[in-house]
Design a protein around this ligand. Structure first.
Ligand SMILES: Cc1ncc(COP(=O)(O)O)c(C=O)c1O
Length: 374
C-alpha cells in the first residue's frame, strides 16, 4: 500500500528533535522556526514532557469517557487558571477542526439558530462544518456545500451588523489572528464591536484560537489583547506539543446535557498527561512572557530588513510579507541556511517557533536573512 498523496513535501526527514533543533538521519541539523505549524509550544522532546508521557503510557494510556478520568479535571483547572477562563467549562476532543465543529454545533444547540458568520480568508479546518466556515472553495467538496455559513470581510463591522441583525446567526467565528491566510489581525476595535453586536443580537462569539492561542501572541489567547471575552474558545495545536488534542472552552451560560457532545478518544489519559505537562512547563518557564519578549525581538530585528515588505503579527505568530522578487527566499532559508519556516502563498514567510525560542536562535536567523538578502 502507498500513501494517499495529498501533501506537497520537502525531501527532508527529521528523525530527532531537541528544543528548536531537528536532525535528519545523516546528522544534518535544522533550526525549527515553524514548530510543525505552531504545534511545538515547549520545544521538541522537553524532558519533563517526555517523562510525563512515558509515565502515563506505562500506567494507563487510554480509557473511554464512560469512566472518571481525573487528569481531565486537572487539565481543565490548570487551563482555566492560566487562560483567565476559570469560570468556563472544558470539552476535550482531538484536533482543531473537531474543536470548531463542536463549537458551532454547541452554538446552534444553545441558540436554536442554524447559521454561522465567518470571515473572508478564514481557515477553521477540514471537517464538514469547519470547512464550510473556511473561505477556500478548493478544499470544499460538493458534499460540504451549505448556505448555513456566510462570509464578510474581516474588520468590516458594518457588514457584520447587517448580517447579525437578521437574527438567524448562532455564532460569529473569528480567528484570534488569521494564520493560514497569511497573518492578518482583527483590530481591537473590531473585536470589541463584535462582542457588542453579539450581545445585542443574541449571537455567540466563537474565538478560534487554535493557531493563535496557548501563549503564542504574548497573552494566553490573542483575542485577550482586545480586552474581550468570547462565549466559546477553541484550542488545539500547542496544547500537547504534538500529541493530538483539542479543547472547547464553554461559557457558563451554555448548559450541558448528557449526550450533547461526545468522542471516543477525546480527553484520553495520554493526551491529558501531555497537555498538563505543557501547561506546567509554560508556567514554570514563563513561556507566555518569553513569547511576548521574543516577539518584540523579532519585530525590532526584522522590520525594515531587506526583502521584508511588511512585518505582521504578534508575539511568536509572525508573518513576513516579502517583496515578490524574493519569493524563493523561504527555500533558500531551508536549503542554504537550514531554517524551517512556514508560508502563506508565495510571498508570506511565517515564523511560528516554539515558545522557548531564545535570543541566540533568533539572532542566528536574522543573520541568515541578512546574508541571503545582502
Ligand atoms: C485557525 C485554525 N483553525 C483550525 C485549524 C484546524 O486544525 P486541525 O488541523 O488540528 O484540524 C487550523 C489548522 O491550521 C487553524 O490554523
Amino acid at each position: 500500500m502507498h500513501l494517499f498523496d495529498v501533501y506537497k513535501q520537502w525531501d527532508i526527514e527529521p528523525v530527532r528533535g531537541q528544543g528548536t533543533t531537528l536532525w535528519t538521519a545523516d546528522g544534518q541539523e535544522y533550526t525549527d522556526l515553524y514548530g510543525g505549524h505552531a504545534v511545538i509550544s515547549v520545544g521538541h522532546c522537553h524532558p519533563r514532557y517526555v517523562a510525563a508521557i512515558q509515565e502515563q503510557a506505562a500506567r494507563l494510556g487510554f480509557y473511554s469517557n464512560a469512566v472518571k478520568n481525573s487528569l481531565q479535571a486537572i487539565l481543565a483547572r490548570k487551563l482555566g487558571q492560566m487562560s483567565g477562563y476559570d469560570d468556563y467549562a472544558l470539552f476535550l476532543c482531538n484536533s482543531g477542526a473537531e474543536a470548531n465543529e463542536n463549537a458551532m454545533k454547541l452554538a446552534s444547540f444553545a441558540t436554536g439558530r442554524e447559521k454561522v458568520l465567518a470571515f473572508a480568508k478564514a481557515f477553521h479546518g477540514r471537517t464538514s462544518g469547519a470547512v464550510s466556515a473556511t473561505d477556500n472553495p478548493a478544499i470544499r467538496a460538493p458534499f460540504n456545500a451549505t448556505d448555513h455559513v456566510h462570509f464578510v470581510p474581516l474588520n468590516d463591522l458594518a457588514a457584520v451588523e447587517q448580517e447579525l441583525t437578521k437574527g438567524c446567526y448562532a455564532a460569529v467565528m473569528v480567528e484570534g489572528i488569521q494564520g493560514v491566510a497569511g497573518i492578518f489581525e482583527p483590530t481591537d476595535d473590531f473585536l470589541q464591536g463584535l462582542r457588542t453586536l453579539c450581545d445585542k443580537t443574541g449571537t455567540l462569539l466563537v474565538a478560534d484560537e487554535i493557531q493563535s492561542g496557548y501563549g503564542r501572541t504574548g497573552l494566553f489567547f490573542a483575542h485577550q489583547h482586545a480586552g474581550i471575552r468570547a462565549d466559546i474558545v477553541t484550542t488545539a495545536k500547542g496544547m500537547a506539543n504534538g500529541l493530538p488534542i483539542g479543547g472547547v472552552l464553554i461559557s457558563p451560560a451554555i448548559q450541558s446535557r448528557y449526550g450533547m457532545l461526545g468522542t471516543t478518544f477525546g480527553g484520553n489519559h495520554l493526551a491529558c498527561a501531555a497537555a498538563i505537562a505543557v501547561l506546567d512547563i509554560m508556567a514554570d518557564e514563563h513561556l507566555v512572557e518569553n513569547a511576548a519578549r521574543m516577539g518584540d525581538y523579532f519585530r525590532k530585528a526584522l522590520s525594515g530588513e531587506k526583502a521584508v515588505k511588511e512585518y505582521r503579527g504578534r508575539g511568536l505568530m509572525i508573518g513576513l510579507q516579502v517583496d515578490p522578487a524574493w519569493a524563493g527566499l523561504r527555500d533558500r532559508l531551508l536549503f542554504e541556511k537550514h531554517y524551517f519556516t512556514g508560508a502563506a502563498g508565495a510571498d508570506v514567510i511565517r515564523l511560528l517557533p516554539s515558545l522557548t525560542v531564545t535570543e541566540e536562535t533568533a539572532a542566528g536567523f536574522v543573520q541568515a536573512w541578512k546574508e541571503l538578502t545582502a
